[in-house]
Design a protein around this ligand. Sequence first.
Ligand code: C5P
Length: 335
Amino acid sequence: MPVVSTKPVYSGKAKDLFETDDPSVMRAYFRDSATAFNAQKKGEIHDKGKVNATISAYLFELCEKSGIKTHFIKQISENELLIKKVKIIPLEVIVRNITAGSLCKRLGIKEGKILKNPIVEFSYKDDALGDPLLTRAYIKDALEVADDKILDEITSLALKANEIFKEFFIGVGIKVVDFKLEFGTDKNGELLLADELSPDNFRFWDAKTNEKLDKDRFRQDLGNVEGAYQEMLKRVKEGSKSLIASPSVRNNKSTKYSVKVQVLPKKDILDPQGQAVEKALSSLGYKDISELRIGKEVVFKIDADSPAEVKKIVNEMCERLLANPVIEDFSIEIK
Ligand code: C5P
């Protein structure tokens, strides 16, 4: 575990970045501070840091499972993520499915119209200039911050992420209206999805009521901002439970594994069935038998990317359904 320093090397509007003793790893601390309209509006949202760090961790994992490489390493506390150090490309990559925000303002279109196709647009990540909208030519030939190859790669990753997010969130009754991504390159020049994935940089609407469950509640003074963030955390956790082993988020290199789970009553737990069988065996002359316990065996096949992943999923299955961890022990055999 990298040792942490106390002085941030970068302090953004809602996050602080710290170096660790590994030069290629950073620690991101998510604060409760909230800003809107290029920091003209400022405030605090109670527990936002914890919610955003946790939602980001879940969604980065979701991306990784689906083959999108990210800067995420792991969540190390409620407010903190360990991330790979990247050089951020100064572009805000915005994906839109439904009209809202600056698109409505710019084009005089009403909020809530489903776009014919998802739109990917780029803004220049520059607060002093108010993050202006860019054309490809501005990016390639004026700013020179990315070429066609990188822009094509970013566009395709952004659209892929959009499909992953839409599918995940509709499962928990949420429409993904739009969101902003940032990308960076690591020490090997690899393109990674970076920054955060949270209600600060997504617009989320309840699928039934269209209630806004994101930073628009803060931007537009809609009230219950904290409640909306907590609701999104709840839905993300709910979605992550049902996502386990879902084939749609597997990469195509997954393998079929055979699993055998053995569940037995714990040693210090009374096992009347085991005791009865032990007694009966003894009366048949098998006097050397002791500590006999009777349990169950569950066998199945599972598609996964690695034995480690199978172990993680099956462990969770045992804790949630196959065994009663209070009174039963379980062991897992993977082939
Ligand atoms: O304001 P606009 O409609 O362009 O925002 C589109 C999406 O990008 C919204 O989900 C918003 O939260 C996000 N965004 C962001 N940071 C910015 C600008 C937009 O996270 N600087």
